[in-house]
Design a protein. Structure first.
Length: 380
């Protein structure tokens, strides 16, 4: 079985990050022949340095990577075709699908959401208005009625020994040119969009009674951080100090190294979709900055996830979590919320591990996709 997955890189590497993880898992765990079409190989190279932006066709981890150009080269569509995360297939390719017998299973892979509407939309067919084709909505999610979550078989067996080994973590920090953890030090990773709350939060961290080491991968928030710390600029490999806070700027990390960063930190600030899910799999407390949408539509996604994430927390810890996450996403002052949130870290740490165990029981998206497509194929 051959699958064609199409991805356009919109912003911040999330689209290609999510799509690549899925393609790699399908090839590795289900032995599917996957062609991954990407319009921006330079962006792909940032999270997978093995990708050569100059090559039109290449193979990595069992996945055939092709540069998505306009016009698209003529070729026969695979048995399954996925347009990932709001991208649109070329009209010529849709025409090629229509003359194929039987036509491919055509899926529109939606963005991950915890909203309840996903249960009703997942799997719905959408017949093409002119051609003998049907497109199905495939919605990843946290409930059994949705399309599952991207979670590889190797994740827990790799993460658990790493988190149990201080030596492995020390080696990781050394490879990132950072010192081992200090006594009573709080290590936080920060992967964020620009945020008006960031300068005030950094000031709060600087006044902390314990040392705080903030690890910020290269990204759009760096100019804000530099201004807040009164340094001319910050780039990969640079650092700055203010009071109890020391900030280190990391280079753009490949996905597997970024996973380990999340595993090694005490608390992770993440954004968008890919880092959002990987932070949950880190089994560490986290704060999510949802991708901004017009008219504040992202707040519905935030609240829907908080409803699920906080459901088993005691009322005070749940309220503390909601307050901090809402302030971060509203770009509001976090001065009062932060000390209260830190006071709940033992409960939040236990909850993060329990939440990860809960997610591990959710069927993974690759396995559910295989079942979904095979059922459609059998009805033809």
């Amino acid at each position: 079985m051959t699958w064609d997955i199409f991805c356009t890189v919109i912003d911040n590497f999330g689209d290609i990050g999510v799509t690549w993880r899925l393609a790699r898992q399908l090839a590795d765990e289900h032995r599917v022949s996957v062609r991954l079409w990407v319009d921006d190989l330079a962006a792909f190279h940032q999270i997978r340095p093995e990708v050569d932006p100059t090559r039109a066709i290449q193979t990595l981890a069992g996945v055939e990577i092709r540069h998505w150009t306009d016009p698209l080269p003529a070729f026969s569509p695979g048995e399954v075709v996925i347009e990932a995360l709001a991208c649109n297939l070329p009209e010529s390719f849709i025409q090629a699908m229509a003359v194929q017998s039987p036509p491919p299973v055509w899926l529109n892979l939606e963005y991950l959401t915890a909203e309840t509407w996903a249960d009703g939309v997942h799997g719905l067919p959408s017949p093409h208005p002119r051609l003998p084709l049907v497109k199905y909505f495939y919605v990843p999610g946290f409930s059994p009625q949705t399309g599952g979550l991207t979670r590889e078989n190797w994740l827990s067996p790799t993460r658990n020994p790493f988190q149990a080994s201080q030596a492995d973590q020390d080696d990781f920090w050394r490879n990132q040119k950072l010192p081992p953890r200090q006594d009573k030090e709080l290590r936080i990773s920060l992967f964020s969009y620009e945020n008006a709350a960031l300068p005030g939060w950094l000031e709060t961290l600087a006044a902390s009674p314990i040392p705080v080491r903030l690890l910020a991968p290269e990204g759009k928030a760096l100019p804000q951080i530099a201004r807040a710390l009164a340094v001319p600029e910050l780039g990969p490999g640079t650092s700055a100090r203010q009071g109890a806070l020391k900030v280190h700027v990391l280079p753009m990390l490949d996905q597997d190294t970024y996973d380990r960063l999340l595993w090694a930190c005490d608390l992770n600030f993440v954004r968008g979709e890919d880092s959002f899910l990987r932070a949950q799999y880190a089994a560490r407390p986290m704060v999510w900055q949802a991708y901004r949408q017009a008219e504040g539509a992202h707040f519905a996604k935030l609240e829907a996830f908080l409803d699920r994430y906080c459901a088993t927390l005691d009322p005070d810890t749940a309220d503390t979590t909601r307050t901090l996450w809402q302030a971060w996403n509203a770009e509001a002052d976090m001065t009062a919320a932060w000390p209260r949130y830190l006071a709940h870290q033992p409960a939040l740490q236990a909850h993060a591990k329990a939440w990860d165990r809960q997610l591990a029981a959710v069927p993974d998206i690759a396995s559910k996709l295989m079942i979904f497509c095979e059922k459609i194929m059998k009805t033809r």
